[in-house]
Design a protein around this ligand. Structure first.
Ligand code: 1KN
Length: 448
């Protein structure tokens, strides 16, 4: 191992109550809301197919022109209590809110920049109202924060000159001030999810990323920090030069998931994935017909896939400029919520089962209960289950209590029969398992 001053502060998974809550939450929602919602992917009558929250870049809009959008920021339909009700009914345990995206517009009245809600027709502290409303219904609030800030004259993507270096140090101080402001104004925040940290300027200042993690953990004991903030002494990101995960959980799975067979290494650490409902839209885009939009079951499958590999999943919502949600997003939230009401036992507090993935769906586990979440019921009517050595299945029944047949077909292999009245949506079979020390082994290996 190499000597590091700004590498991982800890080895292995955090086991304190705050991290256990983060992990057991499992299902979260992302809110991407900013000035970009106003143009919704269209600029000067041209529609851009790229991510709507990056429109400023696609349409090459000068910063001052872009920030003129503040004059139109007046979401008359915004009602934090309605947003909290929607999240509660969807079954999410936490919501990650874009406090400031790359555009530099702040949803809270920051005193370190003029580009905030306070200087818009709306005036009020949107972030404060959301923190209060989500917390009031028992939902944790996480802050998304973009270090990259297109509105700030001292931002640099690379440090080429002494002037760059002096400006960038001013920028890092500005960023420290905003982070301290957020931690002070909203002390119930449970997590900071950093983005916009891929540039050389940040990689060259790994010390600063370590300082931010330590500063926030000092101000807010228990707070969790994503790996994407972190660069070590040599600019290595997420995992330090000794291969140790920095921050409290890996945050590299954005719009993609680890493979349930080839990527089992991710089960060794905490991780959180995030996903969009269209192919790639985080902020509000007027026209969702431009790319594939996942159906509710596809969204559900990604949630279960993440939990089955010991990760969290955050489903993204991009609210409209008026502060209401588009119908497609309300439908997804409603479907997930209805499914979670019946089946959340296989999600909350669950983890990787350590069993070999089968085609019919995913396993999740909570203590000695293994859940089979069935997405693809087979024509054979039999669900193949392969148990690890020494593990036997005692019972199998649906969450509605219907017993299903368990037949041992060979050593450590079983057929679990499909329930008689099969639901017309993904369903769960709960297995009681036994760690059988002495199993009389009546099976014979074929001599080949
Ligand atoms: C350079 O590619 C990207 C892609 C997405 C992002 C941002 N991360 C997501 C969580 C959204 O905030 C997206 O704008 C930034 C840079």
């Amino acid at each position: 191992e190499v000597e590091l001053k700004y590498g991982a502060d800890r080895l292995g998974k955090r086991q304190d109550p705050a991290m256990q809550k983060f992990r057991e939450n499992r299902l979260g929602a992302f809110i991407h809301w900013g000035l970009y919602a106003i143009p919704g992917g269209e600029w000067n009558n041209k529609t851009y197919h790229g991510a709507a929250e990056w429109l400023k870049a696609w349409a090459k809009v000068p910063t001052m022109d872009w920030l003129e959008l503040m004059k139109q920021w007046n979401p008359q339909q915004f009602d934090a209590k309605k947003w909290a009700k929607m999240a509660k009914e969807m079954g999410v345990k936490y919501v990650k809110i874009t406090t400031k995206h790359h555009e530099g517009f702040c949803l809270w009245p920051s005193k370190y920049t003029e580009y905030t809600v306070a200087n818009t027709p709306y005036k009020k502290d949107i972030l404060g109202e959301l923190v209060k409303a989500y917390n009031a219904v028992g939902i944790d609030v996480h802050f998304y924060f973009s270090v990259l800030d297109w509105s700030h004259p001292d931002w640099r993507s690379s440090i080429k000159t002494q002037e760059d270096s002096i400006a960038f140090q001013r920028f890092l101080t500005f960023t420290d001030n905003q982070l301290k402001e957020l931690a002070t104004r909203y002390p119930t925040v449970k997590d900071f999810w950093f983005d916009g940290t891929w540039d050389a300027s940040i990689k060259q200042n790994g010390w600063w990323t370590a300082h931010v993690e330590r500063m926030l953990k000092e101000m807010l004991p228990g707070v969790t920090i994503n790996s994407r903030l972190r660069a070590d002494d040599y600019g290595k990101r997420h995992f330090d030069s000794n291969g140790h995960l920095m921050g409290d959980y890996e945050s590299a799975y954005e719009r993609r998931l680890p493979d349930p067979v080839k990527d089992l290494h991710v089960t060794k650490w905490d991780w959180e994935a995030c996903m969009t409902i269209p192919e790639n839209q985080w902020g509000y885009h007027k026209d969702w017909s431009l790319s594939y939009v996942k159906n509710p079951t596809e969204v559900l499958a990604r949630i279960v896939h993440a939990v089955s590999m010991g990760g969290n999943m955050v489903v993204n919502f991009g609210p409209q400029p008026d502060g209401d949600f588009r119908p497609e997003e309300k439908k997804i939230a409603d479907f997930i919520g209805k499914w979670m009401k019946k089946n959340s036992e296989c999600i909350y507090g669950c983890d990787y089962a350590g069993w070999e993935k089968q085609d019919w769906g995913y396993y999740t586990r909570k203590s000695n209960q293994v859940y089979m979440v069935v997405f693809n019921p087979p024509y054979s009517g039999q669900l193949t289950v392969k148990t690890p050595k020494g593990i036997t299945i005692t019972t199998a029944k649906t969450l509605t209590g219907e017993q299903t047949q368990v037949t041992e077909t060979t050593r450590n292999e079983y057929n679990v029969s499909l329930p008689k009245n099969m639901p017309q949506e993904p369903f769960v079979i709960k297995l009681e398992v036994k760690d059988a020390q002495k199993t009389q082994d009546k099976y014979r290996e074929a001599l080949t």
